[in-house]
Design a protein around this ligand. Structure first.
Ligand code: AMP
Ligand code: MG
Length: 388
């Protein structure tokens, strides 16, 4: 059976044809830029004041005030030694100014300005090019646009940006026992919850699911459902029916749709029966049906692939090490992703780790990675993948 790192490597090694699109700046959050962005001009584009106060020519404690310049004014004062202008934050600083003194440290009598202290050369002047010089690299290809990133791109004067397209994702759940929430549930049936959890997790990371379908454990229906879902989708996610039971038809249905298996089964807990396949530029993850398994596999395997498909530099959940709050003995013979809670810079492994259970995951904010058959003490450092 594949090791976790091997499965992740197979995913990471997929050659994908990425496509690009131009998006409005306001609709670009969470997309990765498809080529590097360089500054089209110096930033700031002109020397400007960091304070409301006075722009001063020469270093002294007394000046003659000769005028006023506010943000957005293009009036250029020819300041001479001993002269000052009233100035406001963001206003262009006259060329000959030596410094700006904040108004809190000044006193004005008529046209005369008195300072409490001597100004320092260049003080409170934001220099032209102080943040970025023309042609300087702002973002590398693959930078994922954050809110501040949108601000940065806007500050460069761009109202649109070329990004990598995100995949069209379809989702199929399988199982005779599944009933949609809100409907009446019969004997032996359960509510279908995986599609909601997986779509929400995907959406949370900026990957909305396009269409969802639910099929019973019927080979023909699953096969046709896969074929239809793949017509539009770049990435198809399935839940359930991928183990070895008599009613598990997903693997065979994928094969009959021409899907080429990249891997099947990973030596881990939860989520052993995980399948990854590809057909040309279309990809399928078949996730185990147990709620904690499907979501755990989504976070660890699907998410980095969605990001890779979207041209991201950074892939996967944020990962940090935290000390264990209480001793923990992992009795499983497989490396485990355990539902855990990070609180006050410590991590605690939660009760209820069975893959059929979703409660502990709903209370967790991390998946703690713990090797097979490991006895850990309080304070031992654990790798935690942040899920919320
Ligand atoms: P399977 O992988 O199809 O053998 O399903 C494993 C377990 O997960 C069974 O107990 C199923 O009832 C349950 N399960 C499968 N699909 C879902 C779903 N969409 N929502 C909630 N539970 C599910
Ligand atoms: Mg099933």
């Amino acid at each position: 059976m594949l090791k976790i790192e091997e499965a992740l490597q197979i995913i990471n090694d997929q050659q994908i044809e990425l496509s690009t699109e131009i998006r409005k700046l306001s609709d670009s959050l969470g997309f990765a830029v498809s080529s590097e962005i360089r500054a089209p001009f110096d930033m700031p584009a002109f020397d400007n004041s960091a304070m409301d106060g006075y722009a001063l020519c020469g270093i002294s404690k007394e000046y003659q005030i000769i005028g006023e310049v506010a943000a957005g004014d293009d009036h250029q004062f020819e300041l001479k030694q001993g002269e000052a202008v009233r100035i406001f934050t963001g206003a262009r600083v006259p060329a000959a100014a030596s410094a700006v003194m904040m108004q809190e440290k000044t006193r004005v009598e008529g046209e005369k300005l008195f300072l409490d202290e001597l100004p320092k050369e260049g003080q409170s002047i934001r220099k032209k090019g102080g943040e970025l010089q023309k042609e300087q690299l702002v973002f590398d290809k693959g930078y994922t646009i954050t809110p501040a990133g949108i601000g940065m791109i806007g500050a460069l004067g761009m109202d649109q940006v070329e990004v990598f397209k995100k995949p069209i994702i379809n989702l199929i759940t399988t199982g005779n026992e599944l009933v949609q929430p809100g409907k009446a549930k019969g004997e032996g049936q359960i509510y279908e919850s995986n599609s909601f959890a997986i779509s929400a997790a995907a959406e949370n990371f900026g990957f909305p699911v396009h269409k969802k379908h639910s099929h019973p454990d019927d080979f023909e229906q699953i096969k046709t459902g896969i074929s239809e879902a793949l017509e539009q989708a770049d990435i198809l996610l399935l839940s359930g029916g991928i183990s070895v039971g008599d009613h598990d038809f997903v693997k065979q249905a994928l094969e009959e749709n021409g899907m080429e298996q990249q891997f099947y089964k990973v030596f881990q807990k939860p989520g052993k029966p995980l399948y990854f396949g590809r057909k040309a530029n279309k990809f399928v993850f078949a996730l185990p049906g147990n709620p904690a398994s499907s979501l755990s596999c989504f976070y660890i395997y699907v998410l980095p692939f969605l990001q890779q498909f979207s041209g991201f530099q950074q892939k996967g959940l944020p990962k940090f090490q935290f000390p264990l709050k209480e001793p923990y003995h992992n009795r499983s013979d497989r490396p485990s992703f355990l539902k855990a809670k990070i609180e006050n810079d410590e991590v605690r492994i939660l009760d209820g780790q069975a893959s059929s259970m979703i409660l502990s995951m709903a209370h967790a904010n991390a998946l703690a990675f713990i090797d097979a058959e490991t006895n850990l003490q309080k304070g031992d450092l654990i790798t935690c993948y942040l899920i919320g």
